[in-house]
Every structure is written in structure tokens, then in C-alpha cells.
Design a protein around this ligand. Sequence first.
Ligand SMILES: [Zn+2]
Ligand SMILES: [Zn+2]
Length: 288
Amino acid sequence: MNESVSPRSAFTKDSDQHFEAVRQRDLTELYAQRAQRLQKLAQDHELADYLLLAARVAQAQAQCAEPAPAQRTDQVLDVAQTVQAGQWLQHLTAIIKALGANLPAELNEALIQLQVLADAEKIELGQYLVQAQFDQVPSALAPILWAALSLELAMVARRGAAVKPEQEVKCCPVCGGLPVASLIHTGGRQGLRYLHCSLCESEWHMVRAKCSNCGDAKAVDYISLDTEEAAIRAESCNHCHGYLKVISLERDPEAETVADDLATLLLDLALAEEGYGRTGLNPFALPE
Ligand SMILES: [Zn+2]
Ligand SMILES: [Zn+2]
């Protein structure tokens, strides 16, 4: 999708395109907003405990995130290499420390088992996650490992070149990760749709009313749990039978992609019943 966008021009506005192809928000601000939104959505929610745990993780990520440097390099993000380098293990330690006590029993148990692993074994778990081999990683641990990995990849992504030239349309042009959901913007980007990366927290532009998985524009439909004007709808496709949620800031200015996607798992259940498969990933609801 971004074939025409060179690494250097991805962040600048040119005459044909009055908006950025790729956006990368400040991480501390992004994670803090996510934590706050998760706390708000947890009120009277049936998954309140889990949303509050996710909020604690996001808060820990906010504390660990370092600001992007003023100058970018031309270095393209290499996910496998970044995982292998193991910097993210420091974030893992910091996130686990910040989570403190009073954790769910299953997570507590998984963290105790994690403690005895060598760094190389932890790195191996990280490689499984970025290769989407989720069955190789204990499910209670996966979101915590993902949080640390994702934070490091997001920081590295903000230091280097914006896009890889050869990425599949449905994947993040910066790291190749899958989207969480689409976000419809307001303000200076009024009405524009960006997909939010589940791994490096970049957003990439895609035209609306088109399947983000297969590119089909004729067979998309919008499904919501309440009214047609709902802020969160599923964009389903009758061509590839996939779906991804569309979250509208026009309809709810406080929405945050990861938090609002996680808090609407009922919509995922409804889509699964209709026979549609999710084409994205939520860092806090990874497949098992
Ligand atoms: Zn990405
Ligand atoms: Zn499709």
C-alpha cells in the first residue's frame, strides 16, 4: 500500500497527499491515555478485573517509554533482530515490578515460572510471539511478554526509518505486524482511517469502506451491537470473511484503539457466530 512512500517522506506532507501515510504518537502519552481509558471502560464492565489489569500494564509501559530522538536514522526496523538483542527484557522486568502484588493466580504462577528461565529462553518465547506461534507461550504470560516486546519495538520504530517498501497491504508498513483495529480521526485528519499496529504502535493510512484484509471494496458491511451510529463497529467482508473493528473518534472523542477494542469482545463473539474471522490482534487478547 505504501509503495509510493519512501522512508523519508512517510512523515511529511506532500502536494498529492495532505496527511501522513504513517503516524507515530508519543509513547508515554499513548500508553497513559490507554491506561486511563481502560480504567474508565472497566466501570460496571463484566471484564472489569481484566481491563484494570491491562490498565496497570499500560501504565507500566508509560513509565518505561523513552521519548523519540529529534533525528531519525535510515535504519529499517528488524523485528527478529530487535527481539534477539534482548533490550526488551529490561522492560519486562520493569513492567513486572510495576504490576506489584495482587495479581490473578494464573498470572502469578506464570511469573514465578518465568523467573527461573534464562534470558535466552525468554527471548525464544518472544520470538514465538512475533512469529504468531501463540500456542508455544503460556497464555497468562503472553500479554506481559507482548507488552515488553511491543514497547521496545515501538521505541526502535520511532528512532529509525518509517516504512519498509515490501510489506503486505494488510500488515503494518513499519514492522509487519497485524492491526488492532481501524481508527477514524477528527480534527486535522477529519474522517481519515488509520490502522493501528498491535506490535509497534504505529498507525498507517488506508482509505475507508474497503476491507483492510483483502482490499475488496464491494463486499464490506458494518455490524454493531447497538445502533448504526455506534462508535465501534465491525467492518466485515463477504469476500474474505474477515472483519476488523472500526473505532470512530468522530462518535467518541475519548476512544483509544486497544482499550475500546478489548472492551467490546461481545462484538467479536457476535461476528464469530456469524462466521467471520478476526483479521487483527489485540495485545491483551492474543490467540491461544
Ligand atoms: Zn507495526
Ligand atoms: Zn476482505
